[in-house]
Design a protein around this ligand. Sequence first.
Ligand code: HEM
Length: 525
Amino acid sequence: TSTMGLLSGLLEQASVHLEGQNIWVLGPSLFGAVLLLSVVVNVLGQLLFADPNQPPVVFHWFPFIGSTVSYGMEPYEFFNKCQKQYGDVFTFVLLGRRMTVTLGPKGNEFVFNGKHADLCAEEAYTHLTTPVFGEGVVYDCPNHMLMEQKKFMKFGLTTETFKQYVPLIKDEILSFFANSPYFKGDAGRVPLSTAVPQLVLFTASRSLQGKQVRQALTTTHAALFHDLDMGFTPVNFMFPWLPLPHNAKRDKAQRAMAKLYMDIIAKRKAGEEKEQEIDMIWNLMNRNYKDGRPLSDRDIAHCMIALLMAGQHTSMATTTWTLLHLAAKPEIQQALYDEQVRVFGKDLAPLSYEKLSELSLVNNTIKEILRIHPPLHSLIRKVKSPLHVPNTDYVIPSSHFVMAAPGVSAMDEQYFKNAKDFDPFRWIGHEKDEDNAEKFDFGFGLVSKGTASPYLPFGAGRHRCIGEQFANVQLGTIISTFIREFEFSLPPGQKEVPPVDYNSMVALATAPAMVHWKRRQHSSH
Ligand code: HEM
């Protein structure tokens, strides 16, 4: 689990510090006594010195470790239990850091809509992201530059580009079905945990990243992408600098991936390319910061890596969960197939961006999956100045982090009846809810401020996702193509979708996430 990952990192760190000294010279009994004393002091501190002006602290025996294990193993179970005991606002200890969680729609808004002077994302995330994305972008630059970078990225995510992307994505999926060993013959089984990451990588890279990056990712750069991806793990939230072999590989891979992009840029600048692709690299090459500076080649390379990583994990988790829940509910597969026939005719005309938006059941299926399985369960900010929590007596000290977990309100019966059921039809009539919410421009276009919504899988406010439309295009095309080509089910005897694996950066389905498939009669193959 992620907790075990964190703990083993911690132990390795301790052993580095203790190298050369023999801790056991202290004697096991003295070690035990020190441990006991620290537990007693920690417990008494919680019982006797609780500050009524600060959020309640989740009871824990061990200092530093705090609630790391229960949070890391089952974050939602932990949040729900704490919510029952302490209310919507509480603090827990995560490897020595004090995290104040604010739940419910108001709690979501408190974190997402906080002022940048009070709440800062870069200090919460930079340790994890900067070694992977590279320096100078996203959380390794002032927030106003991130706002500009998001604006630039959005220029490459327009209706015009999406129209080009849909056929490219569809072709990638069909060629994946034709070439993958998991889709040979008329029926078979596919471990989604292996197949979907590839499918998502190929589709995102062919569209958003461009032809050259797509080619490199199956040939020269496949292993490098894997090494970089391995650097994107929860343990690196806390110990990104640990001299572990996977971190050395991550750093080497980061430099090589950045070079791939910089070489493409250099070639384009030198006019060495016969046909110019209008892709995201091209888009970023044509943007200037407000002060007139263009993005440097390095900034462009690092933004491209950030986009690749941000989209890869979130989309692959969502695609996998969608296929699993559909496998468990053949009646919804049938309804989706009927929708394809209704929108595209019985010969199933080729998918197009315009028609994707007419597939309301596909779009509601994605919405529903993101309600039950939002890929990101904890969104974090560093508190910069003492912060009052509205309608309470609590002031959160500046030594704390705050954490939003909109997945908790999204699974709350108060807001969603039969919250545990996968029911895409519940969204009928609510498709445009966010369009009616209060909007603000933080520098990258109008976005919802999150005004106290229980459902925010893409976040809200200045750090809101810019990839939602792209994700919908990519997922909509993948789901539609699957539905057109196959009928699928969970393995015989398996009634439920697999449990969540919190070991990774996003809430993944536990491997192998096997699904059995049968080719549809009319299929083009
Ligand atoms: C931010 C979710 C796909 C790029 C975010 C945030 C969430 C999120 C919750 C807010 C993070 C925070 O407040 O700390 C998702 C989900 C996705 C998805 C559920 C798919 C199902 C994508 C894709 C891209 C992308 C495909 C790129 C094309 C970004 C970027 C940010 C972001 C650039 C801004 C980070 C910031 O301002 O701090 N996403 N995302 N995302 N996402 Fe996504």
